[in-house]
Design a protein around this ligand. Structure first.
Ligand SMILES: NC(=O)c1ccc[n+]([C@@H]2O[C@H](COP(=O)([O-])OP(=O)(O)OC[C@H]3O[C@@H](n4cnc5c(N)ncnc54)[C@H](OP(=O)(O)O)[C@@H]3O)[C@@H](O)[C@H]2O)c1
Ligand SMILES: *[C@@H]1O[C@H](CO)[C@@H](O)[C@H](O)[C@H]1NC(C)=O
Length: 390
């Protein structure tokens, strides 16, 4: 150490080391880490710097330390969050599930929350009014109803006249009935597009002028199924893929306005998305009524009536802890540098990587090994039996 502080280079090293410590401290100030952690982190870095200089000599040590500091400040900077302040956020589909939990979470953090709901007299909205702060307003907002979108816009713009709207979270969505794409009625495809795509587009277009005022954030809750092909989700997946592409294009176009756009591709959270046995019965009936006779014949009654057994299988794969998806949405809303894509939930990132970086045949093989009902259409069972007899 003596030799270190004796030389001018040594003093320079110590000075630069301290400077880096200070920069890291500054950058990380508003990060997810507590202030104490940041202080410890900076002290540690400073000590590390001195150690590097002492052991590797002034030049080498300084080099190693500079690189380390830069990497860590970029890392911490990426995690830096903006203050909540009086930021206002609109969430669609806050009746249940992710939207409902997000409304409560953001309200807790101090946001001014506009909780759009499909049915303002339902139990979910009632609970929001009961448990959340006065800042939260529940808005009747069926995103497929242009009148309601306009009315919600008028209410929100009246309340945020001066400050503008910081965020829109397009969360409302429907899953429909998971069944082979050949079997799904056209009405199901149209309904999925209507809610998951056109609804989100209309809400985005309507509220963008308010977002522009504060160079805010547009967050679209898409799905893992919109980024990669998954069996029995043709209608849902296609509508979410459309939303995902919309997000990507908007991200590019809106950056000139300072508006940042993120797509969230969640997977496997336990919410209301799977619906109820009553809804399954209704959807099954609609599916059966729309089938041509020969399709019905080929698939067979027991295969068709067994489709509902996919719900419990999907449900068993779900996680009741929504915090990963809430954290992703919060990051998209508040991070200085939000990501364009978030993949909260089990398997979402893994499957996307396999889909992107491996040959398609491998991805298809991998997917075919995922748990699902193992029933086989009637016509295939008989042809299998015939083949065995040959
Ligand atoms: N759960 C997951 O693992 C998962 C995975 C991938 C993507 N997602 C997406 O995450 C979002 C939230 O879903 P969730 O899992 O929280 O399911 P959820 O509990 O069913 O929440 C969706 C909400 O949207 C509402 N909604 C339906 N149609 C609407 C419309 N036309 N206008 C306004 N609101 C409408 C629903 O109201 P009702 O309850 O009254 O029908 C419900 O409250 C959806 O976009 C979903 O596709 C979820
Ligand atoms: C759309 O919303 C308006 C206002 O709430 C309502 O009067 C109308 O019946 C709704 N239209 C449809 C098709 O649901």
């Amino acid at each position: 150490m003596d030799a270190l502080v004796d030389s001018p280079l040594g003093w320079l090293s110590v000075g630069i080391t301290l400077l880096f410590g200070a920069i890291v401290l500054y950058v990380a100030d508003r990060s997810l880490m507590g202030k104490v952690n940041v202080l410890l982190w900076s002290l540690l870095l400073t000590l590390l710097g001195l150690l590097c200089v002492a052991t590797l000599g002034a030049g080498g040590g300084l080099g190693v330390f500079c690189v380390g500091s830069l990497v860590s400040s970029v890392f911490l900077g990426g995690r830096a969050l903006l203050p909540v302040g009086d930021k206002a956020v609109l969430i669609t589909g806050s009746d249940t599930g992710i939207g409902h939990a997000l409304a409560k979470h953001l309200d807790n953090l101090g946001f001014v929350v506009f909780a759009g709901v499909l049915n303002k007299d339902g139990p979910g909205p009632e609970e929001l009014r009961r448990t959340c702060s006065q800042r939260l307003s529940v808005l009747q907002l069926d995103i497929t109803n242009a009148t309601q979108v306009k009315e919600a816009y008028l209410k929100v713009s009246e309340k945020v006249q001066n400050t503008g709207l910081w965020g829109v979270v397009n969360n409302a969505g429907i899953l429909g009935f998971p069944a082979d794409g050949e079997l799904l009625p056209m009405g199901m495809y149209r309904q999925c597009m209507e809610v998951n795509f056109f609804g989100a587009v209309e809400v985005s277009k309507t509220f963008l002028p308010l977002l522009r005022k504060c160079r805010g954030r547009l967050v679209n809750v898409c799905s893992m199924a919109g980024g990669i092909p998954l069996q029995r989700l043709a209608a849902y997946g296609a509508s979410k893929a459309a939303l995902s592409m919309f997000s990507g294009v908007m991200r590019q176009e809106l950056s000139k306005w300072g508006i940042k756009v993120a797509a969230i591709h969640p997977s496997g959270f336990r919410t209301g998305i799977l619906g109820t046995p009553e809804l399954w019965d209704k959807q099954e009936k609609e599916l059966m009524e729309n089938l041509p006779a020969d399709t019905r014949q080929d698939y067979g009654e027991d295969y068709l009536l067994g489709l509902k057994s996919n719900f419990p299988i999907m449900s068993a794969l779900c996680d009741a802890n929504l915090s990963p998806v809430l954290a992703a949405i919060l990051h998209a809303l508040l991070a200085k540098r939000p990501h364009g894509l978030y993949t909260p939930g089990k398997r979402s990132y893994l499957l996307l990587c396999i889909f992107c970086y491996f040959p398609l045949w491998f991805y298809d093989f991998f997917i075919s090994k995922m748990p699902s009902s193992d029933s086989v259409p009637r016509a295939l069972r008989t042809s299998e039996a015939e083949n065995k007899n040959l």
